[in-house]
Design a protein around this ligand. Structure first.
Ligand code: BG6
Ligand code: MG
Length: 206
């Protein structure tokens, strides 16, 4: 491994709970409930695709301009939640593993679907640990398309075959493989059957 490509939400920080709270608030406002089980379908999925799934669950139809307003409302709530985040919310072992890889000369890139990724990294104080940051503002094709990881490898100046992806979402594991990269699954074998290896968290790799 010459390059490590890291997903953010669910790998470095547990922001899924804040995404859930904000989507649930929108669902409740629209008159339906949204459970934590439903929320699993949104992991790794872009903001607009997440909204499409949410509205499908609620049986709500909305035109494009109404959808844009809903997504903006959800994001404003989400930003309110994550603006209070600090380094205590970094997942166990994440900072230590990134530092261990860096000390071995491995280059590190972020490969996240989130447009809020730069603010989250700043709040956690770990922006300097990344040689490249590729987020939802830089790519147009969401996972399982490999674009986010291919751009990450390119920004590190590395061939994808020498890069390893760290992902908690099945769509992200698929993106890694479609880009010619190996994938370490963060979670369970049941949730990530296609991953090359699966660990419960980055601390298991220290
Ligand atoms: C991914 C999350 O990292 O980013 C998804 O797993 C989220 O749940 C997506 O929808 C987009 O995030 P944001 O912050 O741009 O709305
Ligand atoms: Mg994730």
């Amino acid at each position: 491994m010459k390059g490590g490509l890291f997903d953010l939400d669910g790998v470095i920080v547990d922001t899924a709970k804040y995404h859930y709270l904000a989507w649930k608030r929108l669902a409740n406002e629209l008159g339906f409930d949204f459970t934590e089980h439903d929320n699993e379908r949104l992991k790794g999925v872009s903001r607009m695709e997440s909204l499409r799934i949410l509205l499908e669950i609620g049986g709500v139809e909305a035109a494009e301009d109404a959808r844009a307003m809903m997504a903006a409302r959800k994001n404003a709530w989400y930003v309110e939640y994550i603006s209070k985040m600090d380094a205590s919310e970094i997942l166990p072992g994440a900072r230590e593993y990134l530092m261990a890889l860096r000390s071995r000369g491995v280059k590190i890139a972020l490969g996240s679907a989130s447009k809020n990724a730069p603010m989250i990294l700043d709040n956690l104080g770990i922006t300097p640990l990344f040689d490249a940051i590729v987020d939802g503002n830089k790519v147009s094709h969401a996972k399982p398309d490999p674009e986010v990881f291919l751009v990450g490898a390119r920004e590190l100046g590395l061939n994808p075959t020498v890069c390893v992806v760290f992902e908690d979402a099945a769509a992200g594991v698929e993106a890694a493989h479609r880009g010619g990269m190996r994938a370490v699954g963060i979670g369970t074998h049941e949730a990530l059957p296609a991953a090359d290896i699966v660990v419960p968290g980055l601390s298991a790799l220290l």
